[in-house]
Design a protein around this ligand. Structure first.
Ligand code: AMP
Ligand code: GLY
Length: 425
C-alpha cells in the first residue's frame, strides 16, 4: 500500500520509521519531511495546507492511506476537504475533521466540552473584549497563581502562568486588547492553577472504539530541574511510573470513556489520535488540555514501544475496525533526549555541521530540525534538532543509553538536558 505522511518533525520521523517496518508498506511519501525521513521514504516538496495539491498527489501516486502528523492541516479542515471530494472520499485517513480538531484549536470549546461531559478539569471562565472589565473583576476573586490561556493556536506560547494579580491583569489586557497572540488571544480562558505532576495519555480512536498507547511524560523547560523557559519539549520517558493500573482505571472511567461518548454526542466521528494532557492532583487525574495529534517528542518515545504492525493498526483505525485488532506493547522502557541549538527557545543559528550520527548504544535517532547542505551533509536547521531514543529493561538503562548517545553526537552549540526522567530515577 502507498502511504502519505504529512509533517516535518521528529514525530514524523518516528512515524516513518514505524510505518516502513511494516510489510504492508509499499511506498512511503512524506510531505514535506526532513533529512531523516528520507531514510524511510520519499520526501515530497508540497505545502500540506494546499489540500488540492495534496489530493492530486494522492490520486497520481495511488496513495491509499494518509496520516496527518501536525494539527494545522486538521484544524484547517483537511479531512473535510477529502470527504467532500468524490475521488478522495474513500481514502483511508488518520486525523479528525475540523470539528474534532476544535478539541485543540479552541481552549474555550474544549473546556465547555469537559464541563458538559463531567470530565475533571480546572475551574475556568472565558472573556473577550466584550466583557474584559468582568474578566479583570473576576481575576480579583481568584487565588494566585492563575493561568491565562489564549483560546486559539499560538504555537505553544499561548499559556501564561501569572504569579500576582497585577501581572495577571496586565497580561489579560495585553492578550485581549493588544492582541498579544494575534487573533488567538481575542478570547482568553482564565483557569485555576493546579499543582501536581503532569503526564500525557494517547488514545487512538476509530470513531467508536479506541486503544490506549503507552503513557509518556515530557520535559518542557529548557533547564535542568524543569527551570527556565518553556520549549516544544526537551525529552520524554515512557511508560510513566506512577500511571499504574489503578490510576489508569480512573483515567479510563473519568476521562477517556466520557471523551469518546461526548465526541459521539457532538456528532464528531473522531478518527485519529487524541492527546490528553493530564495532571495528577493528589491521586486524581485532571485534564489540562486536548490535542488532536500525537505529541512531539512523546511520539519518538512511545512509538518504538509499539510492537503491533503499525500500518495494520492505522488501516484498522481508518476503517473503524480497531476493536478487531490487538495492540501489542513492549514491556521495555523508553527515554528520549532532545538535542537543541544554542540559544533555543530564543534565537539560534542554523546550518551547523552534524557529525557522529552513526547510531550507538542501540539508540534511534529521529531528526527534528535538520537539513542537507549543498555538499549533501547533514546540518542543523531548527531549534530542536535531533531526538535520541533508547529502550532498556529499566528506565535508568534507557535514560543512560540515550545520554551516552547524545554525548557522542557533535554539532556547534549542541545542548541537551541531562536530567530526563529525574523524578523517577
Ligand atoms: P497547555 O498548552 O494547555 O498544555 O499548557 C501548557 C502548560 O502550562 C502545561 O503543560 C502545564 O504545565 C501548564 N498549565 C496549563 N494549565 C494549567 C493549570 N490549570 N494549572 C497548572 N499548570 C497549567
Ligand atoms: N510535547 C507536547 C506537545 O507535543 O504538544
Amino acid at each position: 500500500m502507498n502511504i502519505l505522511l504529512i509533517g516535518a518533525g521528529g514525530r514524523e520521523h518516528a512515524f516513518a520509521y514505524k510505518l516502513s517496518q511494516s510489510p504492508l508498506c509499499t511506498q512511503l511519501f512524506i510531505a514535506p519531511g526532513n533529512a531523516g525521513t528520507s531514510e524511510f521514504g520519499k520526501n515530497v516538496k508540497m505545502n500540506p495546507n494546499d489540500f488540492e495539491t495534496v489530493g492530486i498527489f494522492c490520486l497520481e501516486n495511488n496513495v491509499e492511506l494518509l496520516i496527518v502528523g501536525p494539527e494545522e492541516p486538521l484544524v484547517l479542515g483537511m479531512r473535510d476537504y477529502f470527504e467532500a471530494n468524490e475521488n478522495l472520499k474513500n481514502m483511508l485517513f488518520i486525523g479528525p475533521d475540523k470539528m474534532g480538531a476544535t478539541m485543540e484549536a479552541s481552549k474555550d470549546w474544549s473546556k465547555a466540552f469537559m464541563y458538559k461531559n463531567n470530565i475533571p478539569t480546572a475551574a475556568y471562565q472565558t472573556f473577550t473584549s466584550d466583557n474584559l472589565n468582568e474578566g479583570i473583576a473576576y481575576l480579583k476573586t481568584q487565588k494566585m497563581p492563575i493561568v491565562l490561556k489564549a483560546d486559539g493556536l499560538a504555537a505553544g506560547k499561548g499559556v501564561l502562568i501569572c504569579q500576582t494579580l497585577e501581572e495577571a491583569t496586565s497580561e489579560l489586557q495585553q492578550m485581549i486588547s493588544d492582541k498579544k497572540f494575534g487573533a488567538a488571544s481575542s478570547k482568553v480562558v482564565i483557569e485555576e492553577f493546579l499543582t501536581g505532576i503532569e503526564l500525557s495519555v494517547f488514545v487512538l480512536s476509530d470513531g467508536n472504539s479506541y486503544k490506549i498507547l503507552p503513557t509518556a511524560k515530557d520535559y518542557k523547560r529548557i533547564g535542568v530541574g524543569e527551570t527556565g523557559l518553556n520549549t516544544g519539549g526537551m525529552g520524554a520517558i515512557s511508560p510513566v511510573p506512577f500511571a499504574n493500573h489503578e490510576f489508569m482505571q480512573k483515567v479510563i472511567i473519568k476521562i477517556i470513556e466520557p471523551t469518546i461518548i461526548g465526541l459521539n454526542n457532538e456528532n464528531i466521528k473522531y478518527v485519529g489520535f487524541i492527546f490528553i494532557g493530564l495532571i495528577k492532583v493528589g491521586e486524581e487525574p485532571v485534564v489540562i488540555e486536548y490535542n488532536c495529534r500525537m505529541g512531539d517528542p512523546e511520539t519518538e518515545t512511545v512509538l518504538p514501544l509499539i510492537e503491533s504492525d503499525f500500518v495494520e493498526l492505522m488501516v484498522a483505525t481508518a476503517k473503524g475496525k480497531l476493536h478487531e485488532t490487538d495492540l501489542k506493547i513492549s514491556t521495555q522502557h523508553a527515554a528520549t533526549v532532545m538535542l537543541v541549538s544554542a540559544g533555543y527557545p530564543g534565537d539560534y543559528e542554523k546550518g551547523k555541521l552534524m557529525t557522529n550520527l552513526e547510531p550507538s548504544n542501540n539508540s534511534m535517532l529521529f531528526h527534528a530540525g535538520t537539513a542537507l547542505n549543498n555538499n549533501n551533509e547533514i546540518v542543523t536547521n531548527g531549534g530542536r534538532v535531533l531526538a535520541v531514543t533508547s529502550l532498556g529493561n529499566s528506565l535508568s538503562e534507557a535514560v543512560s543509553k540515550s545520554m551516552k548517545t547524545a554525548e557522542n553526537i557533535s554539532f556547534e552549540g549542541k545542548y541537551f538536558r541531562t536530567d530526563i526522567g529525574f523524578e523517577f530515577l
